[in-house]
Design a protein around this ligand. Structure first.
Ligand SMILES: [Zn+2]
Length: 135
């Protein structure tokens, strides 16, 4: 059975475990789910602090160690600690580049922005080469 975007959002939410560190930063306040090329889903949570690791990168660590670098879909979520409303987050610039560097074909991976809202990594990273053009 195919995993829907709503299912993937739910899996990302299951990775949430928000805890505040002594310095005031948070861990596991963002959760992510990635669908690998073989259809398996891997999840991860953010690790805060000033040298933070994004939830997407945590999930990708699981994915590459279990299946490889081919990505089909990615989603990240954050739950507001005041009320718990769930928000889907677009990947930050570092994660966009991280996803692309894993494999160029990942530019065609789906980035889930909501239950009925999706785009591609290519749309979020339109100028992605080391050089734009030769002059
Ligand atoms: Zn990020």
């Amino acid at each position: 059975m195919e995993t829907t975007d709503a299912d993937l959002i739910k899996r990302a939410a299951e990775a949430l475990n928000p805890q505040q560190l002594a310095d005031g930063s948070w861990v596991a306040d963002v959760g992510a789910a990635v669908e690998a090329g073989d259809g398996t889903v891997h999840t991860g949570a953010s690790v805060g602090g000033y040298l933070s690791v994004c939830a997407e990168q945590s999930a990708l660590s699981q994915m590459v160690s279990r299946t490889g670098p081919v990505l089909r879909r990615v989603v990240a979520v954050w739950a507001d600690p005041d009320g718990g409303a769930l928000h889907v987050l677009p990947p930050c610039g570092r994660c966009r580049e991280f996803l692309r560097v894993l494999r160029q074909e990942n530019l065609d991976a789906i980035v889930v922005l909501g239950p009925d809202h999706r785009t591609t990594l290519r749309e979020l990273l339109p100028v992605h080469g080391w050089h734009a053009e030769q002059v």
